[in-house]
Write a protein that binds this ligand. Structure first.
Ligand SMILES: [Zn+2]
Length: 384
């Protein structure tokens, strides 16, 4: 059997909002596209990916039993993908004799990984920073980023009110790949009111419980620390708040120096003691709150807290809007952008240095570099 002869073994039955997926003769449970995708996007593919990577090392001399063992790892991770791979491995040649045999096995094993990579890219485009958008706007953004997707499924009709399924009656879709299956599910999800959102704190995807804009998922870490880390990020990006923090640091140091100095030397120092600093600190906290609440402009805020006249100017240039991260550009450029391929760990030996040492850059480090300016709060401020 060759890759060219792949038949459409996946069927998706749609009945109202309910879906049922069948792979070959095996049918899955009745669920909704949203529930199925939620389970899918949360599943950890790492053990399976590792096993498939190891098989690639021996390619094209594959052991079919090892390939089957790798496939078994999928069952608890994603049952539909497991059924898909098992179906094709059952049809593989009993012995791997030719490169074509090996190629077919690897194709079967890679399809779940390719589907997952593609789905993650689509999720990022549709749900990252899109909490205020409507479902139709999310769909439009995906299609304008990846026009090829518009050809995969019949064009939708968003003319009906949100929440209406574009197809009526019981329908059956026949699909050849897991990639098309996940896209069809996402497509159906765009017609439902319930939506996915990306947690600003941990960057996982979740289904908000209410219609209100929801920034953080329901994990206890994100609920506890999300808002606080976001305030930290906003403060870091706000020049007026940064000036206020610098001023606090400066005045606190001057107060300590003043109090530590012998009384006869104090006259030549900046005149601030701990009591005066305490009073300033209280004033600055109040003004900072007013500024954050939008009651003061940046200039008014700085003027109000500069009671000790340490600032030369109250002019704050607006923070520059950072452009798209290298990461986001890569995701947008390629629907099948695979970070595992793009950021392989590498070793470098700089012979130009007096004492050359091997330097190892991990794929995680490369990835973080590409995501600079566009990362989860948890990654930005360290996992706790
Ligand atoms: Zn979270």
């Amino acid at each position: 059997m060759t890759v060219a002869a792949i038949e459409k073994i996946i069927r998706l039955f749609l009945d109202g909002k309910k879906i049922e997926i069948a792979v070959g003769e095996e049918r899955g449970e009745v669920t909704t596209a949203l529930e199925d995708l939620e389970r899918y996007i949360e599943a950890d593919y790492a053990p399976y990916r590792k096993a498939v990577d190891e098989l690639w090392m021996t390619y094209p001399y594959l052991d079919l039993e090892e390939a089957r063992r790798a496939a078994e790892l999928l069952e608890p991770i994603d049952r539909t993908s497991w059924q898909f791979v098992t179906h094709f491995l059952a049809r593989a040649a009993k012995e791997v004799r030719t490169e074509e045999d090996a190629g077919f096995i690897m194709w079967s094993l890679m399809e779940p990984l390719d589907a997952r990579t593609r789905t993650e890219n689509i999720f990022e485009i549709a749900f990252d920073g899109m909490e205020r958008a409507t479902q139709a706007e999310r769909y439009e953004k995906v299609i304008s980023t990846y026009p090829v997707l518009a050809q995969r499924i019949p064009p939708p009709s968003f003319e009906r009110s949100e929440g209406a399924i574009p197809f009526s009656g019981r329908m059956e879709f026949c699909l050849a790949s897991l990639r098309d299956l996940r896209w069809l599910e996402l497509f159906l999800h765009f017609h439902q009111k319930k939506r996915f959102a990306r947690c600003a704190c941990c960057w996982s995807y979740f289904v908000p419980k209410t219609k209100a804009e929801t920034k953080y998922c329901y994990r206890s870490f994100c609920q506890e620390h999300g808002a606080q880390l976001m305030r930290k990020r906003n403060a870091d990006a706000d020049p007026a708040l940064a000036i206020c923090d610098d001023m606090r640091h400066l005045l606190s140091e001057r107060a300590i120096r003043y109090e530590d100095a012998p009384p006869d030397r104090r006259a030549e120092l900046f005149q601030i003691d701990s009591v005066a600093f305490g009073a300033w600190s209280e004033l600055a906290s109040g003004k900072r709150k007013e500024y954050l609440a939008g009651k003061l402009t940046a200039e008014e805020f700085l003027r109000a807290i500069d009671t000790c006249h340490v600032l030369a100017s109250y002019d704050v240039t607006a923070p520059k809007k950072s452009g798209k991260s290298v990461w986001r550009q890569m995701v947008e450029r390629d629907l099948d952008f695979d970070p595992h391929m793009e950021f392989p760990a590498c070793m470098r030996l700089d012979l130009g240095r007096p004492d050359p040492q091997w330097q190892i850059t991990t794929s995680e480090e490369l990835r973080t570099k590409a995501q600079k300016g566009h990362q989860s709060l948890k990654d930005e401020y360290g996992k706790k």
